[in-house]
Design a protein around this ligand. Structure first.
Ligand SMILES: Cc1cc2nc3c(=O)[nH]c(=O)nc-3n(C[C@H](O)[C@H](O)[C@H](O)COP(=O)(O)O)c2cc1C
Length: 237
């Protein structure tokens, strides 16, 4: 019978581009997916993606950007849940607070959303060349384990793409280096594809689309790429 499984070589090519600390996570994740015994016929299901921006600012450029990537992912067949982090206010991560009061309800709700999805689409603003405190705080709370739960359960078998928009010429690129490193170190496979929009104050049309057709196409493609990759990894059950 002719196999219709994705070829290992295509996955390995993507994995090859991911930074070294992430590589062992990525490699074992992909190999496990590809070597899982089962019927040759692939049961297609819609890739499930969680999308959000690492900003709660009213006129956030990154919120606009996430919407464009989401449109690309949906057009490619993904089922996308978009969340506003403003709807999940959290105290600053504090181990004493966790010990005295437990994991906050909003952290549990966010963690559940992470667990229910296979892909993460994140638009991450850059603060002082790094991650925003909001995004880091969410990552930290979601990383906390309940008794009896495995370590970093919310990040296991997750694939992510990153994008950013900023007023500067770098477009938030330096911040994404840190976000990529953090997520990679907690087990997320962060795809090499990313999009950074510089001079964000003049980059968007009033309807939220990007003025430059090339940029608009690249952010939609980013969402589509995540959808395709998550689909390949999760359909092979
Ligand atoms: C504390 C702070 C530090 C910042 N540092 C940077 C920076 O290093 N690089 C940059 O491109 N923009 C920086 N900015 C500007 C943000 O990119 C800008 O406010 C952007 O609009 C934030 O994303 P948002 O529009 O999605 O909220 C900084 C803003 C703040 C408040």
């Amino acid at each position: 019978m002719e196999s219709v499984r994705p070829t290992p070589s295509s996955v390995e090519f993507q994995v090859h581009l991911i930074e070294s600390r992430t590589l062992s996570h990525a490699y074992s994740f992909c190999r496990a997916k590809l070597s899982t015994p089962g019927p040759e016929r692939i049961v297609m299901s819609s890739p499930k993606i969680l999308a959000f921006a690492g900003s709660t600012r009213k006129n956030s450029y990154n919120r606009k950007l996430v919407q464009l990537a989401v449109a690309g992912a949906r057009a490619a067949g993904a089922t996308v849940t978009v969340v506003e982090l403003a709807d999940y206010p959290l105290p600053l991560m504090d181990e004493d607070l966790q010990e005295s009061s437990g994991i906050p309800a909003n952290a549990k709700k966010l963690k559940q959303l992470f667990l229910e999805n296979d892909g993460l689409l994140i638009a991450a603003p850059e603060y002082n060349s790094s991650i925003t405190p909001l995004l880091k705080n969410v990552i930290d709370w979601v990383s906390r384990s309940e008794p009896g739960e495995g370590s970093l359960a919310a990040y296991a078998n997750k694939t992510a793409v990153l994008c950013s928009a900023s007023p500067s010429g770098w477009g938030g690129l330096r911040g994404l280096v840190h976000v990529r490193s953090i997520l990679g170190n907690i087990g997320v496979v962060v795809l090499p594809d990313q999009v950074c929009i510089s001079r964000a104050f003049e980059a968007f049309n009033p309807d939220g689309s990007l003025k430059e057709a090339k940029q608009q196409a690249s952010i939609e493609k980013l969402g589509a790429t995540l959808s395709a990759f998550v689909g390949k990894l999760t359909d092979h059950k």
